[in-house]
Design a protein around this ligand. Sequence first.
Ligand code: SAH
Length: 225
Amino acid sequence: MLKTSKAAVEGIGMTSQRTRNRLIERLKEKGISNETVLEVMRTTPRHLFLDEALSHRAYEDSSLPIGHGVTISQPYIVARMTELLLSAGIPDKVLEVGTGSGYQAAVLSHLVKQVYSVERVAALTDQARVRFSQLDYNNISLKHTDGSWGWEEYAQYPAIIVTAAPAEVPAALLAQLADGGVLVIPVGSQESNQSLLIIKRQGDEFIRNKHEDVFFVPMLDGAKR
Ligand code: SAH
């Protein structure tokens, strides 16, 4: 597999380090305070997780289409969810539901030993696999599956992040959350009515805390070829 060149990773003009630094300043203004998360986002090349036609918009703080009717999440939301996920300390592994472009998984891969990420659209899983290999992200395992079932094989997880919104928290994800673990998930039946939840497991108790309102693509049933 051909590796992505250093020049492409570094970017130029609208994808340069200067443009990225402006985004990081923006995230700080919006209340992101975890320095480790900010540093990782400063260096992760979001423009390489988008179609080339959209790469000049990669460091705007907005979600953008990635095909298949879904979007790469807004940088603020990636930062916020990552910050919440790490609030109980740095976990050794994370399960992500909704690989999409692979950007959120790439951010996490800098912070934890192993990332497991599942996606229902096979073409997105395949594309993310190629990107990770070209960019030398070697600690991300991918699977094409319906993520409402989690990924049993590597359970339980001290941290689970869900980047598509189900109407209710899937039971399998609660079952695969380790004792003391944290689940960050947007929940709501419509795009206009979702809240970001952080759920902490203590034994058989699941303590829910509601954070801001969010807009995610819906979590859909079934894996799609
Ligand atoms: N984390 C992604 C966000 C992508 S949008 C990124 O950084 O780009 C959410 C993703 O969740 C989409 O790719 C969508 O196909 C996927 N998705 C929706 N329902 C799913 C399900 N049941 N199982 C796994 N993935 C799902």
